[in-house]
Structures are given as structure tokens and as C-alpha cells.
Design a protein around this ligand. Structure first.
Ligand code: FES
Length: 102
């Protein structure tokens, strides 16, 4: 069942930026890739680094702790095909970014 949660205003996440958000006790990393928003589970599966504070390059975020990289569109780790970070549907409504936490 869908569980859409307002995470941030559109103006809070400029193009090419990342933002760390907390909703329902979960850390969610929001990203803006050329005006399209994506959301990943915000806790890096390596050692818990904050993906929402990582550097976004195109659609690739780099974890600020040890440099693991993920495609923010799919959660796919860039070097290990076995690792896929959970990602969530996103929609924009009335200047709000909403994420379906399921
Ligand atoms: S915690 Fe993210 S790369 Fe180590």
C-alpha cells in the first residue's frame, strides 16, 4: 500500500544537490538530477554513512565516508552488482517532494 510522505520543498533541493531527510524514523536521501527527484534509503550499506550528504555527480552519489557510489535512479552500487540500495517512488505536488515509503 502506498504511504506518501512529504519530505521537503522543491526549493530545498536544487539541481545537482542531495539532501538528507528523516521521515517515520527512517533516514532518506533525496537527490535532484536535472529537475527530476530520486530517493534512496539514506544509510549507506557499507558502514552507515549519510548518502544524503554525499556528492552528486550526474545520477551518481558518492558516500562521504569511504566513497561507495550508487546510481540514485536505481540504488545500484557502481562496482558490486550484488548491492542495490533500497529506493523509493517520488512525486512532486504543490511544491512538495513526496516519497512513497511503502
Ligand atoms: S559508509 Fe558509505 S562508503 Fe563506507
Amino acid at each position: 500500500m502506498a504511504n506518501w510522505i512529504k519530505l521537503a520543498r522543491v526549493s530545498d533541493v536544487p539541481s545537482a544537490a542531495a539532501k538528507e531527510c528523516v521521515a517515520e524514523g527512517r533516514v532518506i536521501a533525496l537527490f535532484n538530477v536535472n529537475g527530476t527527484f530520486y530517493a534512496l534509503e539514506g544509510v549507506c550499506p557499507h558502514q552507515g554513512g549519510p548518502l544524503g550528504r554525499g556528492e552528486l555527480n550526474g545520477c551518481i552519489v558518492t558516500c562521504p565516508w569511504h566513497g561507495w557510489q550508487f546510481d540514485v535512479r536505481s540504488g545500484q552500487h557502481q562496482f558490486n552488482a550484488q548491492i542495490v540500495q533500497p529506493h523509493f517512488p517520488v512525486r512532486v505536488e504543490d511544491d512538495w517532494i513526496l516519497v512513497d515509503l511503502g
